[in-house]
Design a protein around this ligand. Structure first.
Ligand code: BGC
Length: 741
């Protein structure tokens, strides 16, 4: 090592030690001082290096454009690496950065830890179906423990994109259609990942994505254009990102789409105006995969230089994978198109996160192989995933109480292309999850009912038109007391670049269900899918239907628990199921229109060929018990903006089984300066009641719940009449009215 280099490394170490432990005293001021001292000894190229993020070749989530990433690390041309995990490998790369670059600045390791790292939890849309914020936070905590134990510092999650178009495959990565539910869940995920102290070894930095409005891609086609009013953006699409930032998320990712003509990655309004000036965000912004390069294809930049200038000037700090910042920023400074000060600001934001994570105190603090061994898939993690999986299941139909199955059932036919699948159980974006360790439905059932006789037939593939397996399936169905029919999508049919124009059961699966159903053997359909499906025939003809999404490592165990009643299903849909693709977008908080639906009047808002009603409404989900709602009692019929209105309702478990209910509260503003939704979700409680038990539940409504973007786009309430609705879904509710003075 030459003396100059040694001196500089010692210098950086001294900056770190001199400033003391960052978690004590005033951590932010101390870290800012450290960042400034470090920036003062960095060359322009070294600072630009901090603005670059490349994938390793260990795992890939897009085009592998930078095979020379190892050389880049050694040359100080890259500040962060993603798709590399495991203490051995991350340590090896970290040693290169620390020992072989002039300043020895540690790398930041990122990865898509979306629903678990090694222990895979249900896909995010499934977790959202639980409406169980505590369990969702625990899921993120476990993911962070496993990820940090494998050398990771940063996850590209939560995805806070509101999605109202089930054709869009990435709906599976989010929390569905509703901004209120989506906001609470995004915030909980951030708290789970980051904990209360990001310096803690078991936490990782969160990255809220994809900013902004990626979920509104036209026609549900991935990466497609988004064009929307500022009102819609602010009312529906922005709140969940904001909630995640208010919960402390340290980083934000740009989205691929253009928004009102300006690609997000070059969108000053989004990053400079809203994110930084309005919301005061101080962390760093990373692009999505090659998104600066894609500005060329969007047609807003003619070359790499123009693209980089647009992105940096919009407030984007780190480029993911395209290397455009590395290639162009030094030139752009020379040409006066960007300033070195801007680069200092961007590099400073990234270095600050590295300091917060403690990487300058010890670059290898997340590289302990003992801890790795202890944390990965430990029994508590599997138990948490199992708990989350049970809670994520939604019972859509249960005619004549076919479910739960008696544990004495003798012969069970388990049929369908997903019935014995392990790979599909962990869904898309399954990080470092090992599908071979997941439990298929058939395995779960066999474990649960060791004395039953199981007959299994695949029946058909997920896609394709081969019906040769039908005969076997029909044959075993005839011999069984009950058929468990596992149908749906392959794990690869949702997630990124997985849009569909039809959202029915793929291939010949519906025909398989019809053929087997002709045997007359009672049938339970177990759906596995990453988006709502148009399953009208099943809804009309199959007596029991369970929506299980993709439930992760313990899928088969969790489904078996519900099938036999060891767990009473409590999930509720976080997204509306349409009857057909033509109804899309369809969501619970629609506007009334000037010509609301009237069956007797042709000139009202409706279709000629399908009703306005969805197949299953938002918030819907059955239980094995029956919940009854009393009348709503308001503390007053009138309130002032400074008041809090108390809303009470008595919930009774009128069935024979203990169970949980998600009690949902919606509000409608009857007359306002801008048209309002027919209802908006404003609160909910998930309540456990023993069979026969009643409980009075209390909600509070305040002025914030009644506020909205008024005609002039100012935020606040307006006096007038409101309706409050409470119920177990967004349609079947009790209501009461009050006036805001
Ligand atoms: C996805 C992001 C993801 C990134 C890194 C992109 O293709 O859109 O959500 O975080 O890849 O893997």
């Amino acid at each position: 090592m030459n003396t100059l280099k040694k001196g500089l490394i010692l210098g950086v170490a001294a900056i770190s030690t001199f400033c003391g432990n960052p978690t004590k005293n005033n951590p932010n001021a101390e870290i800012d001082r450290k960042v400034d001292s470090l920036l003062s000894i960095m060359t322009l190229d070294e600072k630009i290096g901090q603005l670059s993020l490349y994938t390793s070749d260990m795992d890939q989530t897009g085009a592998f454009l930078r095979p020379q990433y190892i050389e880049d690390i050694k040359a100080g041309k890259v500040g962060s690496i993603f798709n590399a995990y495991g203490t051995a490998y991350t340590r090896k790369l970290q040693e290169m950065a620390v020992n072989e670059t002039r300043l020895g600045i540690p790398l930041l390791f990122g990865y898509d830890v979306i629903h678990g790292h090694r222990t895979i939890f249900p896909v995010p849309l499934a977790e959202a179906s639980s409406w169980d914020l505590k369990a969702i936070k625990t899921a993120a905590e476990v993911a962070a423990r496993e990820a940090s134990a494998e050398g990771l510092h940063w996850t590209f999650a939560p995805m806070a994109d509101i999605a109202r178009d089930p054709r869009w495959g990435r709906m599976v990565e989010g929390s569905g259609e509703d901004p209120y539910l989506g906001s609470l869940i995004a915030a909980e995920r951030v708290k789970g990942f980051q904990g209360t102290d990001i310096h803690d070894l078991h936490t990782i930095a969160a990255c809220v994505k994809h900013f902004a409005a990626y979920g509104a891609a036209q026609a549900g086609r991935d990466y497609h254009t988004v064009d929307m009013s500022d009102r819609l953006l602010r009312e529906v699409y922005l709140p969940a990102y904001k909630a995640a930032l208010d919960a402390g998320a340290l980083t934000v990712m740009t989205s691929f789409n253009d928004l009102n003509g300006i690609p997000a990655t070059a969108n000053k309004y989004l990053f400079d105006e809203i994110l930084r000036k309005e919301w005061g965000f101080e962390g760093f912004v990373v692009t999505d995969y090659t998104a600066i390069m894609e500005l060329l294809y969007h047609g807003v930049a003619k070359d790499a230089h123009e693209a980089s200038a647009l992105a940096l000037n919009a407030g984007v700090d780190m480029s993911m994978q395209d290397g455009f910042y590395m290639q162009t920023l030094a030139d752009l400074v020379k040409q006066g198109k960007v300033t070195e000060k801007q680069i200092d600001i961007a590099a400073g934001r990234i270095l600050r996160v590295k300091f917060q994570l403690g990487l300058f105190e010890d670059p290898y603090r997340y590289s302990d192989p003992e801890n790795e061994k202890a944390e990965i898939m430990k029994s508590e993690n599997i138990a948490a995933a199992h708990d989350m999986a049970k809670k994520s299941i939604v019972l859509l139909k249960n005619e004549k109480q076919l479910l739960p199955l008696s544990k004495k059932t003798k012969t069970i036919a388990v049929i369908g292309p997903l019935a014995d699948s392990k790979r599909d159980m962990i869904g898309s974006w399954s990080a470092a999850g090992d599908w071979a360790k997941s439990i298929s439905l058939l395995d779960g059932l066999k474990k649960k009912l060791p004395n039953a006789k199981f007959l299994y037939a695949k029946g058909a593939e997920i896609t394709g038109n081969d019906t040769k397996g039908f005969a076997d399936a029909v044959n075993i169905a005839k011999k069984a007391d009950v058929v468990i029919m596992a149908v749906g999508e392959g794990f690869w049919m949702s997630g990124e670049a997985a849009s569909r124009s039809e959202i029915d059961l793929p291939g010949v699966q519906e025909d398989l269900v019809k053929a087997v159903s002709k045997t007359g053997t009672p049938m339970v359909a177990v759906l596995m899918n990453g988006r709502p499906l148009t399953i009208n025939w099943l809804d009309e003809n199959v007596p029991a239907i369970l929506e299980t999404w993709f439930l992760g490592t313990t899928a088969g165990d969790a489904i078996a628990d519900v099938l036999v009643g060891d767990y009473n299903p409590s999930g509720k849909l976080p997204v509306t199921f349409p009857k057909n693709v033509g109804q899309i977008p369809i969501y619970h908080s629609m506007k009334n229109t000037g010509r609301p639906f009237d069956a007797n009047n042709k000139y009202t808002s409706k279709y000629l060929d399908v009703s306005n009603e969805p197949l299953y409404v938002f918030g819907y989900g059955l239980s094995y018990t029956k919940f009854e709602y009393g009348a709503i009692q308001l503390s007053s019929k009138e309130m002032k903006t400074s008041d809090k209105l108390t809303v009470k309702i008595t919930l009774t478990n009128a069935g024979k089984m203990d169970g949980e209910e998600v009690v949902q509260l919606y509000i409608k503003d009857k007359v306002a300066s801008a048209s309002r939704a027919v209802r908006e979700l404003k609160d909910f409680q998930k309540v456990f009641l023993k069979a026969g038990e009643s409980r009075e539940l209390t909600f509070t409504i305040d002025n914030e719940d009644l506020s909205f973007y008024r005609a002039d786009m100012s935020w606040g309430s307006e006096p007038g009449e409101f309706v409050v609705f409470i119920g177990g879904n967004s349609r079947d509710t009790k209501s009461a009215e009050f006036v805001l003075n």
